[in-house]
Design a protein. Structure first.
Length: 192
C-alpha cells in the first residue's frame, strides 16, 4: 500500500523515487538534503553578496544581491553537489521558489547540456526550474546564477529540489529529512 509521509512516498515501508497520477509524474525524490534549512556550504561567484535569512521559523532562504554589470554567472554554487546523487549519463531537474529582481542565467547542474530556465523572477514567489542531462561525469556542481549584464540582482531563493529525470515536481523534503508518520495517498497515485 502506498502512503505519503510528510510528502515522501512510502510503499511497504520503503521510500520510492517517483509517484505518478493519471500517467503524469507528481512526485520525485528530492536529492537536496536539508532543503528547508539550506545548511550546505555554498560558494559565491562573481562578487555577489549572499546571506542566509529566515523565511519562517522552519525555512531559510538565500538572499543574493549583485550590482549591474558583474557578468552572466553571478550567484552561488555548490561544488560537485550532484556527485553520488545524480547517476552518470542521466537526466536531472532542479527547481526552487524564487522572488525578487534579476534575470536568471543558469539554475541547475552546471553542464553544457541544459535546457532553458523555466519561470521568471518577480515580486511574488514562483517556482523556477531547469532540466538537463549530465554530460561531464566528473563535475556535477549545482549552480544558481543570474545575468547582471543589463540589470542588478536582489533575489531570494528557498525550497530547492534536485531530482533525477527531466520532470520537475512540486517541492518535497528528502526522505532522510522526514520524520516517520504515514498517511494514506489518494487512490490515483502509483508509486515506482
Amino acid at each position: 500500500m502506498s502512503t505519503i509521509n510528510g510528502q515522501v512516498c512510502v510503499v511497504d515501508g520503503v521510500a520510492v523515487d517517483k509517484v505518478f497520477s493519471n500517467g503524469r509524474q507528481v512526485y520525485g525524490r528530492n536529492l537536496y538534503l536539508n532543503s528547508k534549512s539550506i545548511k550546505d556550504a555554498y560558494r559565491i561567484n562573481a562578487g555577489a553578496k549572499v546571506t542566509v535569512e529566515p523565511f519562517d521559523s522552519n525555512t531559510n532562504m538565500w538572499h543574493i544581491v549583485a550590482a549591474q554589470g558583474n557578468g552572466i554567472n553571478v550567484g552561488i554554487y555548490l561544488p560537485n553537489y550532484g556527485n553520488g546523487k545524480i547517476p552518470d549519463n542521466s537526466d536531472w531537474s532542479y527547481s526552487a521558489d524564487v522572488k525578487g529582481a534579476g534575470k536568471l542565467g543558469r539554475f541547475g547542474i552546471e553542464t553544457d547540456n541544459a535546457n532553458p530556465v523555466i519561470g521568471t523572477v518577480g515580486s511574488e514567489w514562483s517556482r523556477i526550474s531547469q532540466t538537463g542531462r549530465i554530460d561531464n561525469l566528473n563535475r556535477k556542481t549545482l549552480i544558481m546564477y543570474f545575468d547582471t549584464t543589463s540589470s542588478p540582482v536582489d533575489a531570494y531563493i528557498k525550497l530547492p529540489k534536485l531530482e533525477i529525470g527531466n520532470t520537475p515536481t512540486p517541492w518535497s523534503p528528502a526522505p532522510e529529512d522526514v520524520l516517520k508518520g504515514d498517511v494514506t495517498t489518494p487512490n490515483n497515485l502509483v508509486a515506482k
